[in-house]
Design a protein around this ligand. Structure first.
Ligand code: SAM
Length: 219
């Protein structure tokens, strides 16, 4: 394991009661055993929340929603419908709590499931947001699925199938970091005939934190 992820996991697991963090102008409640969008050891959720460019009336999918931060930001920016998915029941409960707190529970539909498997084939999205784990490392304990994607199985599936769920002009906003294999991920983007339209870097804690805006390739 890497020091950064060790420290991060230790920090998160020590939290035994719910608390609030401020991110992108939103006071988000964080349940114990749910990945917090603000910590001293990570900087993935903040630039992703800041890059959230949801326009009024859009339909949005937030994959790996955690506390629901990106789903809530999209709803507050005027999305017509937001689907938020996560493999963790605690994250599902946490996202529902925050959607109720912000009065957007009729807009945000929270579903338990792996990547797209709780999304119907005919549901199409203008914007898909994904902050799934970006370190290729075995994951056994439930909390290791906050940070590890063994063999990049989830990223391969995400990038391999995302076009099936995007509208023609749809976009994917995806967080990543130099803790993971950037070369491999960019190769997967190309291989799946997708195109990086924008790449935002922020350097913190000697790590590059990235947000990709990805669209369909030209061919
Ligand atoms: C790094 S956290 C990000 C949470 C939140 N989106 C944010 O930006 O703060 C990753 C989240 O993805 C979830 N997750 C991991 N693998 C997943 C998968 N295959 N499908 C759906 N959710 C997944 C985890 O349970 C966790 O809540």
């Amino acid at each position: 394991m890497m020091t950064n992820t060790d420290d991060l996991l230790e920090y998160v697991l020590k939290k035994k009661v719910q608390y609030e963090v401020e991110i992108a102008g939103v006071d988000i409640t964080v349940f114990p055993e749910v990945f917090p969008p603000v910590t001293p050891f990570s900087y993935d959720s903040i630039p992703l929340a800041e890059a959230n460019d949801t326009r009024s009336g859009e339909v949005v999918l937030d994959i790996g929603t955690g506390t629901g931060i990106h789903a809530i930001v999209s709803a507050l920016k005027g999305a017509r419908k937001v689907v938020a998915t996560d493999i963790s029941q605690k994250a599902i409960d946490n996202c529902n709590y925050n959607a109720n707190k912000y009065g957007v529970n009729k807009i945000v539909s929270v579903r338990k499931g792996n990547l797209f498997n709780s999304v119907k084939k005919d549901e199409k999205f203008d914007l898909i947001i994904a902050n799934i784990p970006f370190v290729d490392h075995p994951a056994e304990e439930f909390y290791e699925h906050w940070v590890y994607d063994p063999g990049y199985r989830a990223h391969r599936e995400l990038l391999g199938n995302v076009k099936d769920y995007l509208n023609d002009k749809g976009r994917l906003l995806m967080a990543f970091a130099s803790l993971g294999d950037i070369g491999f991920i960019e190769q997967q983007i190309q291989k799946n005939n997708l195109r990086i339209k924008q790449k935002v870097f922020t350097e913190k804690m000697d790590i590059d934190w990235l947000v990709y805006k990805i669209v369909r390739g030209l061919s």
